[in-house]
Design a protein around this ligand. Structure first.
Ligand code: NAD
Ligand code: UDP
Length: 329
């Protein structure tokens, strides 16, 4: 197959690209490095069947020669500090970036997969969250640039399916972690692990009673591949949650990271983040029924792999010669 992946220099996009490249498919990666890393592109360049185009997909996608089989739209900042620093670019990549990607899929009669998010549920009043829940979102708060962009992205994806017959898929990704997350991305897994590795206190925003459920990246990639391969039916186009239902308070999660790396460290509390969802846990019964999918990697196992990778990242970052690898723009 020939696939185009937007956001290929990002955390999830680079793992997804590598999965297809390692199976012998051709991958065209597109990224503008808004929140990605050049070193992910370099890593993918080790595969001869990888090509890369540096471009802002909100402005347009590159022309692709020959038949394209899939467009996988993963471009978008995903970390709250990143999208809150770039609210307009985040809205644009969810809106124009999604439409441009859909147009390319339509032009090639290719499949299209949208990386949506559990953030479409906002601060959910239903727990755990099934796909049938319409959500509880602040439409103009600090997270709205991301939440509403993804809600619009889902709407335009379904519109292209209904009006133009594009073969679309929508996944709602719940908090995912693993190697290749940017050390400064500000998400909780990266913050806690890097803080603990540096021997610093772990910073909890608020009282730490808010919950999240963490999925290891390999489980997500497997779910995506299964959804792409699922037999076509009217149901396959509707959103599918992909996440790990093991739920933790941020206080318990901080303790687990601390105790794994250095039990003598302090855990400190700072101000709560604005509009921070109080609870989040996927209902994955639809993914189970449709794809026979459930996450396999336990937090202890995924965390161990992530800690090892982040430890190596810190060592690389400390060598002056590696500075260029860390450049993001
Ligand atoms: P990431 O920030 O690591 O990757 C996103 C990539 O998109 C980056 O490389 C960035 O440079 C690129 N990008 C952003 N705007 C662009 C534009 N206009 N043109 C071209 N490239 C652009 O984030 P991630 O965690 O890998 O997330 C990838 C996708 O998955 C996002 O769409 C995100 O919303 C979704 N998602 C991720 C999670 C998660 O927990 N990781 C959860 C829910 C949804
Ligand atoms: N969080 C925290 N300390 C940090 C970073 C995040 O307590 O250093 C909390 C954050 O307030 C939220 C949860 O951890 O309740 C998950 O945050 P993250 O930014 O990883 O992703 P979100 O699920 O909010 O998009």
């Amino acid at each position: 197959m020939k696939l185009l992946i937007t956001g290929s220099a990002g955390f999830v996009g680079s793992h997804l690209a590598e999965r297809f490249l390692s199976e012998g498919h051709q991958v065209i990666g597109v990224d503008n490095y808004l929140s990605g890393q050049r070193r992910n592109t370099e890593l993918l360049r080790a595969y001869p069947n990888f090509t890369f185009v540096e471009a802002d997909v909100s402005l347009g996608l590159p022309e692709v020669e020959g038949q394209l089989d899939w467009v996988l739209h993963f471009a978008s900042p995903a970390s709250p500090p990143h999208y809150q620093e770039h609210p307009i670019a985040t809205l644009m990549v969810g809106a124009q970036g999604t439409q441009n990607s859909l147009e390319l899929a339509k032009q090639h009669n290719a499949g299209f997969l949208l990386a949506s998010t559990s953030e479409v549920y906002g601060d959910p009043l239903v727990h755990p969250q099934p796909e049938s829940y319409w959500g509880h979102v602040n439409p103009n708060g600090v997270r709205s640039c991301y939440d509403e962009a993804k809600r619009y992205a889902e709407a335009i994806t379904m519109a292209y399916h209904r009006q133009h017959g594009v073969n679309t898929r929508i996944i709602r990704i719940f908090n995912t972690y693993g190697p290749r997350m940017r050390a400064d991305d500000g998400r909780v897994v990266t913050n806690f692990v890097h803080q603990a590795l540096r021997g610093e206190a772990l910073t909890i925003y608020g009282d730490g009673s808010q919950t999240r459920s963490f999925q290891f990246v390999s489980d997500l990639v497997e779910g995506i591949v299964r959804l792409m391969n699922a037999p076509k039916s009217s149901d396959v186009h509707n959103p599918v949650n992909l996440g790990n239902p093991d739920e933790f308070t941020m206080l318990d999660f901080a303790k687990q990271v601390r105790d794994t790396i250095n039990p003598s460290l302090e855990i400190v509390h700072g101000p709560a983040a604005h509009d921070d969802p109080r609870q989040r846990k996927p209902d994955i019964s639809r993914a189970d029924a449709l794809l026979g999918w459930a996450p396999r990697v336990k937090l202890t196992e995924g965390l161990a792999q992530t800690i090892a990778a982040f430890r190596q990242d810190q060592e690389v970052a400390q060598t002056p010669r590696a500075e260029a690898d860390w450049a993001t723009t």
